[in-house]
Design a protein around this ligand. Structure first.
Ligand code: ZN
Length: 151
């Protein structure tokens, strides 16, 4: 990755950390779950308003490091309006990207802005920060009572 590209990615993560999108509770949510990443101390709650199998609305609350917060913020932007099948496919592509399983060559176009997290694959602890919101999203979809964990 070029230095300019990695600086741009860093800037986007810092921007979403400072001004997280969809960062609020949701009284009308029909699904929600809590997530916790013990390695870093990141906490997140995901709220979903599901209409059939379409994500009509999504928001989050919580506290944690810049990567966990930016990842939750960008995830909410990426999946609003999508079907559950699209969400599952995006999660799987994102997971491959941050764990380096996609080989690190071509960054899948489907991810859009989420490619900014490609750099975390060098840092196993950070992978958990980047995937916490996604694991919690999955727990919310399953109406899981136990907090989702990255462990
Ligand atoms: Zn973290």
């Amino acid at each position: 990755m070029s230095t300019e590209l990695s600086a741009l990615y860093q800037e986007m993560i810092l921007d979403h950390n400072k001004r997280p999108r969809n960062f609020h509770g949701m009284p009308a949510a029909n699904h929600h779950a809590d997530g916790y990443n013990p390695l870093c101390g990141d906490k997140v709650t995901i709220y979903l308003d599901l209409d059939g199998d379409v994500v009509r609305d999504i928001s989050f609350e919580g506290s944690g490091c810049a990567i966990s917060k930016a990842s939750a913020s960008m995830m909410t932007e990426a999946i609003k309006g999508r079907t559950l099948a699209q969400v599952e496919s995006l999660f799987s592509t994102f997971h491959d990207l941050v764990t380096g399983r996609s080989g690190g060559a071509a960054e899948p176009a489907a991810l859009g802005k989420l490619v900014v997290f490609s750099g975390v694959r060098e840092f196993p602890v950070r992978v958990k920060c980047a995937t916490l919101a996604w694991h919690t999203l999955r727990a919310a979809l399953q109406n899981q009572r136990q907090p989702a964990s990255t462990e």
